[in-house]
Write a protein that binds this ligand. Structure first.
Ligand code: AMP
Ligand code: MG
Length: 396
């Protein structure tokens, strides 16, 4: 049996390149960028006025002064030119700074008056040279790298892509994902189960989690029957790049999933991880073609394994995990990493406090309603004290 760390390393080492595609910018949110994005012009691209008011020229601080207003410079217009040092040009936020000016004074800091058809601005607050001007290239310069490949595109990255003119963007292709429930006890959501049956719920739970990550998936249900499993899984391996199975991976007499996958040429990378819940986890690949995660069927185990292993695999996450503070003492004797279900919330001091949830084990998935995530307690200890800090992975 391998450790959680080893399992993570093996999974990361078996990332498959799904290829690249160019897509319209409006579809790029949550996709993984596959090209470097550089500034095609300076940020900002011109000396930009940051306040509504007047633009003038001064090399030294001013405490008073009267300036004739020569004209008005609006955003979106090419720059006007100041003709005399004693004058100013009215300017609007976002306008190009008029030529021969270097300083902007807000309306709040001037009095505007009219005298024989001419308009004048009198300063009523101190003025520093260069104030209220956002200088060309002061944020980023032409040619500078803004976004590296491999980045997952969020809202701020989308804004950057638009501002550098990427109407189309090169991204990694998304794998097609099959979510496969196994088990003869499972019936459809719309069915009235017999007393010994249960409705298949995990597929919907995982599909929703995938959807939140920007991935579509298709749901399947296969029986605990070797021939049928083999033929259906064979088809699914042809039509999907990622298979996420639930159930049938433990030591039960009808747990046919691992043997069937190997028979179909999926190379086992590991089976069983020193963790609770989720010990029977199985992972294998068809090199360059499929990644197969076979998760244990208990819904809490399924979900913990999905969040700990499948989600980072798909998101190509390399970030150090979030940490949270354990709020009460916990004793856990087995030499296993313990994924403790917790309700975590920030306290008054801004620390993330994780409160353990009392539940009845890995089948108790109603417990997930109060749960915000899992606190990862290491296998080399059995006593964990309130106030200690541990890795935390969340789904809220
Ligand atoms: P297994 O890993 O196949 O031994 O299943 C363990 C437990 O998880 C059994 O009680 C199953 O009924 C339950 N289970 C398996 N698959 C699902 C599913 N798709 N939805 C809800 N419960 C499931
Ligand atoms: Mg089963």
């Amino acid at each position: 049996m391998i450790s959680v760390e080893e399992a993570c390393q093996i999974i990361t080492a078996h990332r498959i390149n799904w290829g690249l595609e160019t897509i319209p910018l409006s579809f790029a949110s949550r996709r993984i960028l596959a090209e470097p994005i550089v500034a095609d012009r300076d940020f900002p691209p011109f000396d930009r006025v940051t306040m509504d008011g007047i633009a003038l020229y001064t090399d030294t601080p001013l405490t008073e002064g009267l300036f004739r207003i020569e004209g008005t410079q609006y955003a979106g217009e090419s720059p006007q030119t100041l003709t005399s040092r004693g004058s100013a040009i009215e300017v609007m936020t976002g306008a190009v700074l008029p030529l021969h000016t270097n300083t902007v004074v807000r309306y709040e800091d001037i009095n505007v008056s009219e005298y024989s058809d001419k308009r004048f601005a009198a300063l009523k607050a101190p003025v520093s040279p260069q104030q209220n001007v956002h200088h060309q290239g002061s944020d980023r310069q032409t040619g500078e790298l803004l976004l590296p490949p491999g980045l997952r595109l969020g809202s701020s990255e989308m804004g950057i892509l638009a501002s550098v003119g990427k109407a189309e963007v090169l991204v990694e292709k998304k794998p097609r994902i099959a979510l496969i429930s196994t088990g003869d006890e499972l019936v459809d959501v719309s069915a009235i189960p017999l007393p010994h049956q249960i409705r298949k719920s995990s597929g919907y739970q995982l599909a929703a989690a995938l959807q939140e990550m920007g991935y579509a998936s298709d749901l399947f249900h296969l029986p605990d029957q070797p021939e049928s499993l083999e033929s259906k899984l064979g088809d699914l391996l042809q039509n999907f790049e990622i298979l996420i199975l639930t159930g049938g991976v433990s030591a039960g007499k009808k747990d046919f999933v691992p043997a069937t996958l190997e028979k179909l040429g999926v190379q086992k990378q590991f089976h069983k991880v020193a963790q609770r819940p989720g010990k029977p986890l199985w992972f294998g690949v068809k090199p360059g073609k499929n990644a197969v995660f076979a998760l244990p069927g208990n819904p809490v185990s399924t979900f913990a394994c999905f969040l700990k292993y499948v989600r980072p695999y798909l998101l190509r996450e390399t970030l150090t995990p979030m940490k949270a503070v354990l709020s009460e003492n916990i004793v856990f004797k087995p030499e296993l990493t313990y994924f403790l279900t917790v309700a975590a919330a920030f306290n008054e001091e801004g620390r993330l406090l994780a409160t353990p949830l009392k539940g009845s084990g890995s089948g108790d998935f109603a417990n997930l309603l109060a749960c915000t995530g899992f606190l990862e307690l290491p296998s080399d200890r059995s006593v964990f004290e309130a106030g200690e800090v541990y890795p935390y992975f969340s789904f809220r």
